[in-house]
Design a protein around this ligand. Structure first.
Ligand code: PRP
Length: 191
């Protein structure tokens, strides 16, 4: 799994490989396409930056090969700061650029951890009068959930450990790893 890159020394174990991620995204895109074959006005994909940027790029292209037309929108919210656990405090760092009233929205999330971010976001998007709001999340940590949120499409359930890669960061690093791995504890205890 390891390819000799700088980050390999900080990773305890690779839990999801680049190939597994790609195959799962193709599968999720096919499911979403089949469920929204004739959605009026096409889909509006809302990416939650920054963690979901890799997933949005790959998922939207996979959907493009099999699904209805989609438009891409980006929001940035923050709930973690620099630490390793959710604070529950959600701030909008970048809002939507357009009116979503009457649109069929799919939130494209990298990870559902405590569920606090998504719980807040779903209420926010519904308050903007979207016709429907559904979620596709590539990763979910069932062991970390604090609030139950309806996530229609889930890629992988993962252990409640500190994972990085494929968009997931620790202190803004490791997002560019092509796989998902568990960070060595000495990495986050030394900072
Ligand atoms: C991460 C992730 C989710 C959220 C999930 O974002 O991208 O949006 O945390 O955690 P929760 O279920 O406990 O709320 P983060 O706030 O770390 O920002 P980032 O995407 O810029 O890394």
């Amino acid at each position: 799994m390891s390819d000799g890159s700088w980050y390999d020394a900080d990773i305890k174990q690779v839990i999801i490989s680049e190939t597994e991620i790609k195959d799962k995204i193709d599968e999720l895109a096919k499911q979403v396409a089949a469920d929204h074959e004739s959605v009026p006005g096409g889909l509006l994909l809302v990416c939650v930056l920054k963690g979901a940027v890799m997933f949005m790029a790959d998922f939207s292209r996979a959907l493009g090969r099999c699904g209805p037309p989609a438009e891409l929108e980006f929001m940035a919210v923050s709930s973690y700061g620099q630490g390793t656990t959710s604070s529950g405090v959600v701030r909008i760092l970048k809002d939507l650029d357009r009116d979503i009233a009457g649109r069929h929205v799919i939130v494209v999330e990298d990870i559902v951890d405590s569920g606090l971010t998504l719980s807040w976001l779903l209420k926010y998007l519904e308050s903007r009068e979207a016709a429907s709001v559904e979620v596709v999340a590539l990763f979910r940590k069932p062991g970390a959930v604090k609030v139950q949120v309806p996530v229609r499409y889930v890629g992988f359930d993962i252990p409640n450990e500190f994972v990085v890669g494929y968009g997931l960061d620790f202190a803004e690093r490791y997002r560019e790893l092509p796989y998902v791995g568990i960070l060595k504890p000495e990495v986050y205890t030394r900072t």
